[in-house]
Structures are given as structure tokens and as C-alpha cells.
Design a protein around this ligand. Structure first.
Ligand SMILES: [Zn+2]
Length: 393
């Protein structure tokens, strides 16, 4: 079966191809050419005349969507999440956990480990993002204080074993006792380390980087506030050009002016768009689980307790459009933040995040307004997005 997609433009995202023709065979990309330079290849033609083709998006920080939480760790939960995401242009994600009683967390990690090997509907979970329990009680956000744990290599190994080596990313507060050793140990196993949920001063943040941290979790949120005499973790995140950094672009977690500052600081090679989305994403207002926490969703805001934000109802395609609106960045600049950059940060750049011959045919088709009109995963269309049910969706 040979399919030829044509469109207005294609972003690999490192290169722009005008009037592209992309040949798909057996789920993989067999050729990419421009109709301006070559004859249209033979095959079944599918035309997207005013559209831009980009790699399917990759979200490294997402807890759930479509009514389900990744920590349910069931085939049904991941199918619901994967199917929902696939209709929004997302092809891959890291199943993200929250702090929970250790036994429950280990159970979820083990359940996810088994599911990661199975074939899935829609977007593929490529690994686990362990967010907690090694977080600061002062910057814990929605994470349950009583379940936070002091970092140790022994505890990390228990989680690593339960997850059968599938922890790809770990958020940790570098100022906690035992954090540098735990960071160095996890990094030596290939885990990418993300600094976050942290009250670290600059020195502690730099110790985390020296120990092996490569990125930062939802920049600005759940971090010590920036002070010009005590810039802390934020000072390190925004000025260390080697560090990647996540940002949640829903307009609620971070003010657009702070997003512009982030863009100037991190630039096109290091900025990462994430959603931190939870089960209520794409669902009506109501109460939803985030791990073992009950979260109220109202008008797209996820609240726990009095007024603590507990994840988002953002989808990554919307985050991409918001980012462009907040910063003035073009799609050619911004697409990499949700495709190539997360792939590079996680060490998965050979698998996802770029359109190239030989790769799985995973791509998002965007309209002239950058809305997702189709997602193609493993060469097969996933269907247009479902109707939006809340204002962030
Ligand atoms: Zn968080």
C-alpha cells in the first residue's frame, strides 16, 4: 500500500519543503520531495491543499486526558488517552505519574511497564515521567505533602525495578538531602533529570546540573520565585544554555509576558512545550482523578484545595497556537518545541520528532490557522478532532 500525501508546506521541522509530496509505504516514510522540483510520485493520493504537515507532537509531561489518568495503568485507560491525543495531533507522550503512597506508585509503574510493550491505539506512550515523590514540600503544588519522600538511590531503584527500566524522565528538587547522589545514579541509568517542584537557590540548582540534570519541569510553576539578588533555580534555568526547559502555555499557568521572557532565554533549541494535562482534558467540567487526588475542573481550570492549580486541560496543539500568539513566533520556529526538542531531550530523536525517510509516518496536518485537521500515525489517519468541550480544550 503506497499513499502519497500532498500539502501546501512541510516542516521536518529543521527544514521547510514547499509543495511537498510525502510517500508512505507500510506505515513508514518512503520519500519526501517537492512537487516544484519533481513529478508527483505514483500511489493513492491524499491532498491537504492549504495545510502544513509537521511531525506528530510529543508531550513529555502529561498525566491523562479524555477522562483517564495514566496511573490507572490499564489497557483501557491508555487506549482512551491515546485515542484522544491522536485526534489532537499528538503521536507520542511520556505517561506522567504524580506523588502517591509508595505502594500505589509502584503498582502504577509496574502496570505501565507492561503496557508500554503492548501495541496501542493512537498516541504511543514511549516511557514514564516520574513526577514525585522527590519534590520540595515548599513547592509541592498539588502533590500530597504526606507522600513526599527524601531522595535516595535505594528508593529510586525500587521504582526503577517496578517500572522495569522504563523511567525516561524524573522531576526532582535538587536541594533535598540525597538529591545529587540520586540524580547522578538515575542519570547513569539513562534517565533524563528535570529540576522542578523546587525551592532551590542558585548553588543547589547548579549542584543538580553538575550531578546530571538536563531540563526543568514547568518553568515558573512550583519554583522558588525569581529575585534579582537571589535568582535561585529560575536564574539557572533561564541562563544555562545547556538546559532544556518545559513551559505550560495555557495562559493560566504562566502569563504571556513570562512566556516571552522564557522564549528569549531558552530559544528554539532548548524550549519545550508541555501540557501537564490531566484526566479532565477534553471532558465537561466536573471532578477527576489525578493519581489518587481528586481535582475539580471548572471552565478548564484544574483546582485542588482552596486555589492550587493541579495540572491543566490544555492540549499540545492548543499550547502550540498559544505559544505562537504569546511570542509572535512562526510555526516554523515553534513546531520544534513540541516535536524535535522533546525528542532530543529524552534521547528519542532517532524515533520521533522529525519527518525523515525511514521513520514511522507519524504526522499532524495543520490548517492555515494551525488547527489540527488530521493526525496520521504509523501511516494511518486517526480522524479529525472531537468537538471541544471546554475553553482550553
Ligand atoms: Zn507539577
Amino acid at each position: 500500500m503506497r499513499t502519497v500525501l500532498t500539502a501546501h508546506r512541510l516542516l521536518t521541522p529543521d527544514h521547510v519543503v514547499e509543495s511537498p509530496a510525502i510517500v508512505i509505504e507500510d506505515g513508514s516514510i518512503a520519500a519526501i520531495s517537492s512537487r516544484d522540483e519533481a513529478e508527483l510520485p505514483a500511489g493513492q493520493h491524499v491532498e491537504f491543499p492549504d495545510c502544513t504537515l509537521i511531525p506528530a507532537l510529543f508531550d513529555v509531561h502529561i498525566h491523562g486526558s479524555g477522562g483517564h489518568d495514566a496511573m490507572e495503568a490499564t489497557d483501557s485507560a491508555l487506549s482512551h488517552i491515546g485515542t484522544f491525543l491522536a485526534r489532537r495531533g499528538i503521536g507520542a507522550y511520556l505517561a506522567t505519574t504524580v506523588t502517591a503512597p509508595l505502594d500505589s506508585l509502584l503498582r502504577s509503574l509496574n502496570g505501565l511497564a507492561h503496557l508500554l510493550r503492548a501495541p496501542v491505539d493512537g498516541a504511543r506512550p514511549l516511557g514514564i515521567h516520574l513526577e514525585g515523590p522527590f519534590l520540595s514540600p515548599h513547592k509541592r503544588g498539588a502533590h500530597a505533602e504526606s507522600q513526599l519522600l527524601t531522595p535516595s538511590t535505594v528508593l529510586f531503584d525500587r521504582m526503577w525495578e517496578a517500572a522495569e527500566g522504563n523511567i525516561r524522565l524524573m522531576t526532582i528538587a535538587p536541594e533535598l538531602p540525597g538529591a545529587p547522589e540520586t540524580i547522578a545514579h538515575a542519570a547513569s541509568l539513562g534517565v533524563r533529570i528535570s529540576l522542578g517542584h523546587s525551592d532551590a537557590d542558585g548553588a543547589a540548582a547548579r549542584r543538580g546540573v553538575l550531578a546530571g540534570a538536563v531540563t526543568a519541569t514547568h518553568t515558573f510553576n512550583a519554583m522558588r520565585q525569581f529575585d534579582h539578588r537571589d535568582p535561585g533555580l529560575l536564574g539557572e534555568v533561564l541562563t544555562n544554555d545547556n538546559l532544556f526547559a518545559e513551559i505550560i502555555c495555557d495562559g493560566l499557568h504562566v502569563d504571556p509576558a513570562a512566556v516571552r521572557l522564557f522564549w528569549k532565554a531558552k530559544g528554539p533549541k532548548r524550549a519545550l512545550l508541555v501540557t501537564d494535562a490531566m484526566a479532565g482534558t477534553g471532558m465537561p467540567d466536573g471532578t477527576y482523578w489525578l493519581g489518587e487526588l481528586q481535582v475539580r475542573v471548572k471552565n478548564g481550570r484544574c483546582i485542588i484545595g482552596e486555589n492550587t492549580l493541579a495540572g491543566s486541560t490544555l492540549t499540545l496543539d492548543k499550547g502550540l497556537r498559544n505559544f505562537m500568539e504569546f511570542t509572535g513566533a512562526s510555526l516554523a520556529e515553534a513546531a520544534a518545541l513540541a516535536t524535535r526538542n522533546p525528542a532530543r531531550m529524552t534521547g528519542l530523536a532517532e524515533e520521533v520528532g522529525t519527518l525523515a525517510v525511514g521513520r514511522s509516518a507519524d504526522l499532524a496536518v495543520l490548517s492555515a490557522k494551525n488547527e489540527v485537521v488530521e493526525t496520521i500515525l504509523r501511516g494511518k489517519p486517526c480522524g479529525a478532532p472531537v468537538t471541544q468541550t471546554n475553553f482550553n480544550g
